[in-house]
Design a protein around this ligand. Structure first.
Ligand SMILES: [Zn+2]
Length: 91
């Protein structure tokens, strides 16, 4: 019996909907040492992190802020999550 599955991908739980999804499909939100909340696009920022999935309902600014506050114990500054997708260039 193999101990590891080669197709295993790390999963994380969305702070909003509590569904487990592959880590690379999640946006990491981290609370750094000074206590502020940042969106961590690199996945490498030190600090206590939580994850939010790509579901638009989970990226609602109020719901995500509430979930982050619950998960990390700090309230994100307005705009710090920046879930609003940058529109694709329409040239
Ligand atoms: Zn979610």
């Amino acid at each position: 019996m193999p101990k590891r599955r080669p197709d295993h991908v790390p999963a994380r739980t969305c702070a909003v909907c509590r569904q487990s999804r592959p880590k690379r499909e999640m946006t990491r939100i981290v609370r750094v040492a000074v206590g502020t909340i940042h969106r961590d696009d690199t996945g490498r920022m030190p600090g206590r992190g939580t994850y939010i999935c790509t579901d638009p309902a989970c990226r609602d600014s109020e719901r995500s802020a509430a979930a982050v506050k619950r998960a990390l114990g700090a309230e994100p500054a307005p705009g710090s999550l920046e879930f609003e997708e940058v529109p694709h260039a329409t040239t």
